[in-house]
Write a protein that binds this ligand. Sequence first.
Ligand SMILES: [Zn+2]
Length: 299
Amino acid sequence: MKNWTTLTADENRILSKHFSSGRQGHKIRYVVVHHNAGNLTIPGCYSVWQTRQASAHYQVDAAGRIGQLVWDKDTAWHAGNWVANCESIGIEHADISSSPWKVSEATLDNGAHLVAAICKYYGLGRPSWGKNVFPHAHFQATACPASLNGSQQAAYIARAQKWYDSVTGTTVKTSVKATTRKAAKKVGTLAVDGYCGQSTISKWQQVMGTTVDGIVSGQVKPSGNWGRPNLVTAFVRYDSGTGSNLIRAVQKQLGQSQDGLLGPGTIRAIQKHLGVSQDSYFGPGTVKALQKRLNDNKF
Ligand SMILES: [Zn+2]
C-alpha cells in the first residue's frame, strides 16, 4: 500500500465496467473478504473482471501488493447480494496453494492491514469477524474465502486488530514521545563523576537519537567472568536479552554487530572509540570519558 491513512493502493487499475457508480444512498458499513480461488496478479484481476460480470474494490497479490480496481465510492459486484455490495468494500486475496487453499504471509498481513485501515478511515470500529468484517459466504452460498474463513481466519482477524490498535494508538504514542522529549531537555551538562546513572544514560540516548528513558533495556545479565560489578547495572532492565536501542545505535556507529547488548566486546569497542584502555570493564574511567564526550553533544 502506498499510504494506509489515505487508502492509496500500490497500483490503481480501475475497471471501465462491471461495477455501479455511487452507493445508491448506502453508507460503507463493513468489509467483505474473498479469495481468488487462484493466484492472480493485479493486472490479472483487471483482465478477468473486464470480461466477466464481477469485481472487487481491492486485490492483495501473493507478494502483498495491493491494487485498487473499483474506487471505494462506487459499488463493486462481489458479494452476490445487492445491499451487501452497496454497503461494503470487497477485498480479494491471492492463493498460493489450492489443496488446501492458502494465502501467503505477505497477503495475510497486507490484507489484514487493509481491513484495519478501512475500518479506521470509515469509522467502522475495531475489526471484528461477523460484525464489521464478513466472509463472502455470509451473503451467498459459496466456499469463498476458503482458508480466510477457515484455517487462516483467526490469524487474519487478529492481525487486523493488531494493525488497528497500532494505528489508533498513535495519539498515546505521540504524548509519550512529547513527555520523553520534555524529560530529555532536562539533561544538560553532566557532572563528570564516572558514575553511569540515569542522567548519563538519558544524555547518551539523547545524543544517539534513541528513546530517552534513562534505562538500558533488554540486557542479558552479565555472566560471572565479568569479575567486577558493572556500574551500569542499576539502570539496566534485565529481560530476554532482546537488547537496547541505545546500545544498538552505539554498535551501529562503531561498526559492531547490532545485538543491543552491552557485553565485553561492545565495551572494548566503546573504550577504543573513547581512547581509554580496553579492559572490557565499564568503570569510572570509561564513564568519565563518555561523559566528557556527551557534554559536547556527541559520542
Ligand atoms: Zn468471494
